[in-house]
Design a protein around this ligand. Structure first.
Ligand SMILES: O=P(O)(O)OC[C@H]1O[C@H](OP(=O)(O)OP(=O)(O)O)[C@H](O)[C@@H]1O
Ligand SMILES: Nc1ncnc2[nH]cnc12
Length: 180
């Protein structure tokens, strides 16, 4: 692991048996509250995309909003919120998805991206990849070119990276935790 990855990993809190027995919840609020770690994480997330002319960063509710908003500011791109159902005020596209500890539905405004827009998907963590897969489906349904997806945390044993790569989406992550 690189020094930056070690610093970031050390700034993330693990909470056992949350939100369900057997889950180790990787809590990034401790990273966000650490000024150096927060800046380093956003710098590392945007670095590969600096010369890409990204149109939109799409962030997944809720923690993808914090990281994705900061990324969009650094990349001088727009920001697209992908939200849990019932939260967006305008006409939406909706998809059902499953994640490590449940099932839900997410939505995006129909006019949030234009056909051909270069979009980077962002969230704090990829576990099973169900959430990110749902987001890719929404973005592609509206014609976006999802050029990459990035996450601070990968839980590789849960297979999310492979699931996204099988969809033809490049995946970038900063820190891996074994176990889940
Ligand atoms: O790869 P997956 O198995 O799909 O899991 C990853 C998702 O789970 C977490 O969000 P959560 O659903 O807990 O929502 P929250 O950010 O609103 O708490 C995390 O922020 C990802 O969005
Ligand atoms: N173990 C975990 N910690 C935090 N968020 C998650 N989303 C899915 N699995 C998670």
């Amino acid at each position: 692991m690189s020094d930056i990855a070690k610093t970031l990993a050390a700034s993330i809190r693990a909470i056992e048996n949350y939100p369900k027995p057997g889950i180790i919840f990787r809590d990034i609020t401790t990273l966000l509250g650490d000024a150096k770690a927060f800046r380093a994480a956003v710098d590392e997330l945007v670095r590969p995309y600096a010369d890409l002319a990204v149109d939109q960063v799409a962030g997944i509710e809720a923690r993808g909003f914090i990281l994705g908003g900061a990324m969009a500011h650094q990349l001088a791109s727009g920001f697209v919120p992908i939200r849990k159902k019932g939260k967006l005020p305008h006409t939406t596209v909706r998809v059902a998805y499953s994640l490590e500890y449940g099932v839900d539905e997410m939505e995006m405004h129909v006019d949030a991206v234009k056909p051909g827009d270069k979009v980077i998907l962002c969230d704090d963590l990829i576990a099973t990849g169900g959430t990110a897969e749902g987001a890719v489906k929404l973005l592609r349904q509206m014609g976006a070119d999802v050029v990459s997806a990035c996450f601070v945390i990968d839980l590789p044993e849960l297979g999310g990276r492979k699931k996204l790569e099988a969809l033809g989406v490049e995946v970038r992550t900063l820190v891996s935790f074994e176990g889940h």
